[in-house]
Design a protein around this ligand. Sequence first.
Ligand code: 13P
Length: 249
Amino acid sequence: MAQKLAAGNWKMNGTEASLAEIDAMIAAFPAPGCKVLICPPATLLERLSRRAGNGPIATGSQDCHMKASGAHTGDISAEMIKDAGGSYAIVGHSERRTDHGETDAIVCAKAEAALAGGLIAVVCIGETEAQRDAGETLDLIGTQLAGSIPEGVTGDTLVVAYEPVWAIGTGRIPTIEQITEVHDFIRTRLIERFGAEVGAAVSLLYGGSVKPSNATEIFAVENVDGALVGGASLKASDFGAIIDALQKA
Ligand code: 13P
């Protein structure tokens, strides 16, 4: 069985003052009934990790360079993420695929580097609105899955996040039928490639405009094991309500 995971992606948001949100989350959920992860900007990773300590909230980065070290100005490596207290790395977020031209091959190399550095890779995939309108969603998801996930992953080292690009930050979400279709497809493909045991153990997150008001219906979908949450993860009250919906699902 895949682990339930409520993951927050703070994107390019957060300063020292935001750490109070972590204190509020820890106070509200001293022993949550699901795994909780926050991926702050790199500037806050160490501070947030120290604040989270050995408690129930894990931390991670929003990216991870494919190389272990070297002349790559502005980038951070898996070793640095680990050193800063992180245990996860998001790779292949659509904003990085768009803003930084990251291809499936680059995302795969980054995931591989994250795994080699002892991190859990959260690999993001998802279609644009034009691709959905053209009926290309499952083809695209299949291509991204095949191209972005390295060999040798397990349910302990890989999380897959399905984030339709058109649902990110827009307040729009796919229908429950559309989420079900894509998540079932992802599960099937993972089982075909990695075997029944590994395929069933990988947590599949839905991401894109997840809010307290829609979390319960999304988490009721069989192959949805949690969420990758952007805007609603910045406030402990909203993220707390999403954590609560997941632990009750
Ligand atoms: P929102 O929850 O703000 O739509 O962002 C989703 C996302 O991109 C998480 O990685």
